[in-house]
Ligand binder design. Structure first.
Ligand SMILES: Cc1cc2nc3c(=O)[nH]c(=O)nc-3n(C[C@H](O)[C@H](O)[C@H](O)COP(=O)(O)O)c2cc1C
Length: 188
């Protein structure tokens, strides 16, 4: 099973990365591609309308190979910390550029394409400093619609509250154990 893991925190070795790595360690048997979005050159969608004609983005930057990787994946796992009640800016740049896939889905020739298989699933992995009841709502809503644009059904989320300081996630052994179990569930 092909797994595409996307990491959207600008903090190297940060909390969401530690959490994502624990999820991936539970994905034994998966064929995993791990992509650090913050290391890539991904420009903003400018709503030029180019992808409405053929589902292909007019820009040729580091997003380009990701389109095929998304469509080939059985599972996409997107990891981001909460920044102002949503995913990070780099994560959002990536999501906005999946508009090309949203438009590709609407082309007549896309109907019945293998990547429309609803067994393909997307998951959100996230951490937040606060323990607010609604702190993940924005990110969950954004990712539900983003995965839909990628032709994936929403598999669920792993959310950890009260994690802020660098290194704090690595100290939360119980949460990391849950993350490994979450990884195993993702492959089912
Ligand atoms: C710009 C910025 C905005 C943030 N906004 C929120 C927020 O709205 N709610 C919250 O609980 N934590 C917020 N945080 C805290 C991060 O989610 C927290 O530090 C997290 O552990 C960082 O994960 P990382 O190490 O993977 O980057 C914010 C942090 C930054 C730098």
């Amino acid at each position: 099973m092909k797994v595409l893991a996307l990491q959207a925190s600008p903090r190297p070795g940060g909390n969401s990365e530690v959490l994502l790595n624990a999820v991936l360690s539970g994905l034994a048997g998966g064929d995993i591609d791990l992509v650090n979005l913050t290391a890539l050159n991904i420009g903003p969608c400018i709503n030029c309308g180019g992808c409405e004609k053929d589902g292909i983005c007019v820009f040729d930057d580091d997003m380009e190979p990701l389109y095929d990787m998304i469509l080939a994946a059985d599972r996409v796992i997107f990891a981001s910390p909460i920044y102002f009640y949503n995913i990070t800016a780099k994560g959002k740049l990536f999501i906005d550029r999946t508009q090309a896939l949203w438009n590709r889905q609407r082309l007549p020739e896309a109907k019945g394409a293998v990547w429309h298989n609803r067994e393909r699933r997307g998951y959100l992995v996230s951490v937040a400093a606060t323990r607010g009841r609604r702190v993940f709502e924005g990110a969950v809503l954004t990712m539900k619609y983003a995965f839909d644009a990628m032709g994936l059904s929403y598999g669920g989320e792993l959310l950890v509250r009260g994690i802020d300081r660098r290194g704090e996630m690595a100290e939360a052994a119980g949460e990391l154990e849950k993350a490994r179990a979450f990884g195993r569930e993702c492959l089912r």
